[in-house]
Design a protein around this ligand. Structure first.
Ligand code: PEP
Ligand code: CO
Length: 446
């Protein structure tokens, strides 16, 4: 293999990239981003790698979730706090169910670039470049808005920094303290089918913590401060490159735009630019694997991205769809097990279950999402492997994008509060219900 550098990906074929008309403007943006401080630190990245290694050994469980695509407009306090709140609430339910620490990773503070199946979009007589996320171009359907603008990379970096700053302030400032009922209650979902069960879980955890602090005289810090790690699809390689650097006193390069970048399903070509870029960074990395993945390809990806077989380095995020998981997953799990590698497997039950209604609305069915998850847990167990986490698209708000769930959202409800510009997300209640279903499943319940 040739020498790696933060720019060596540029000599490889790069899928899903855009051309910038003004090369000088692009160079100025990259230069500026390269001089700005990092969003995360190398020690946080190392900490996460260690925690993912624990999850791979079955000692922790991963909850990775957030928007399909973050938008600049939603860089506001309410949506960020609501997302944090649902992630914390789900993780509490999962801690209770799995009796294991839960590693919380947001699809947040950088999830601004999207892969697209079609390069262009046609409306009537007009064909324009597809919208590729706020980091690349703008959603409005005009030639000017759809032209890739390098300045948007800087805006994305700044929005990511603002988001992360707020998350850090909230989590350090007691947002996660179980004694703050305002953060933990589900009052806006009162009357929701699972609210009572959730309240009982919170109460029982709060009582256990109070009991421990009463007999030890030590305030329990565990749920007062929590770690939230960030992740995004490392799709727009100029953006990732600009934040990739060496740090004092540690070998190698870190991509400090996020703790946990992942390679999307459309950019996992063995000889492609995304694999080249990721092989040289020290971060733990995720690889999305869909029904088209083959055992040979997957093993070759592991050899390229993790030649040393480092614990915590690779997380395989499978997204096969409820119908295909039983056929497609086992050969991949068997092939990886045969290499003796200790990778972490997590299931994304969203992206293989997207469908379009007769009215042309993109949606997902809650029961299929749960079915893929349940199949995945069972398949891993049968194969002597382990499913160590879930990856979901969710929002803390009361949207109507996915069908089903305990409140029984139907197709005709979708129009009421459909806000996603890309994929349909679980709403607050559906997300909490999913956590409860997983917890119940892992505890051997119905
Ligand atoms: C996504 O996670 O939003 C996504 C595009 O996923 P995938 O690469 O698995 O299709
Ligand atoms: Co998506």
């Amino acid at each position: 293999m040739t020498e790696w550098s933060p720019t060596s990906w540029q000599s490889k074929p790069a899928a899903q990239q855009v051309g910038y008309a003004d090369g000088d403007a692009l160079a100025r943006v990259l230069d500026e981003m390269g001089r700005l401080p990092p969003l995360v630190t190398s020690w946080e990245v190392e900490q996460l790698r260690g925690e993912l290694a624990r999850a791979a050994r079955g000692e922790a469980f991963v909850l990775q979730g957030g928007d399909c695509a973050e938008s600049f407009d939603d860089c506001r306090s309410e949506p960020i706090a609501a997302k944090l709140k649902i992630l914390l609430q789900m993780s509490l339910v999962l801690v209770h169910g799995t009796r294991k620490p839960v590693i919380r990773i947001g699809r947040i503070a950088g999830q601004y670039a999207k892969p697209r199946t079609a390069d262009v979009e046609t409306r009537g007589e007009v064909t324009l470049p597809a919208y590729r996320g706020d980091l690349i171009n703008r959603d409005a359907f005009t030639a000017e808005d759809r032209a890739p603008d390098p300045v948007l990379m800087l805006r994305a970096y700044e929005r990511a920094a603002l988001t992360l700053n707020f998350i850090r302030a909230l989590t350090d400032g007691g947002f996660a303290d179980l004694h703050h009922p305002e953060y933990w209650d589900v009052s806006f979902a009162k009357g929701a089918p699972n609210a009572d069960q959730y309240e009982r879980i919170v109460e029982s955890i709060r009582e256990s913590l109070d009991f421990v602090s009463a007999i030890t005289g030590v305030e329990n810090e565990v749920l007062r401060r929590v770690d939230i790690f960030t992740s995004h699809e490392a799709l727009a390689l100029p953006y990732e490159q600009a934040q990739t650097r060496r740090v004092p006193r540690r070998p190698g390069y870190y991509n400090l735009s996020t703790h946990f970048p992942w390679i999307g399903m459309r950019t996992a070509q063995l000889e492609g630019a995304h694999v080249e870029f990721h092989r040289g960074i020290r971060n733990p990395i995720g690889i999305k694997i869909g029904p088209a993945m083959t055992p040979e390809w997957l093993v070759a990806l592991l050899d390229a991205l993790d030649p040393a077989g480092e614990p915590g380095r690779i997380t395989l995020i499978h997204r096969m769809g409820a119908e295909q998981v039983a056929a497609k997953l086992p050969p991949l799990v068997e092939a990886v097990c045969a290499t003796g590698r200790g990778v972490l497997w997590i299931c994304d039950p969203m992206h293989g279950n997207t469908e379009t209604t007769p009215q042309g609305i993109k949606t997902r069915r809650f029961d299929k999402i749960v079915r893929e998850l349940e199949h995945s847990f069972a398949l891993h167990t049968q194969l002597g492997s382990r499913l160590g986490g879930v990856h979901v698209e969710l929002t803390g708000e009361d949207v109507t994008e996915c069908i089903g769930g305990a409140r029984g959202l139907a197709e005709h409800d979708l129009e009421r509060a459909y806000k996603s510009r890309v994929d349909p997300r679980l709403n607050y209640e559906q997300a909490l219900e999913m956590a409860m279903r997983i917890a119940r499943h892992l505890r051997g319940g119905a």
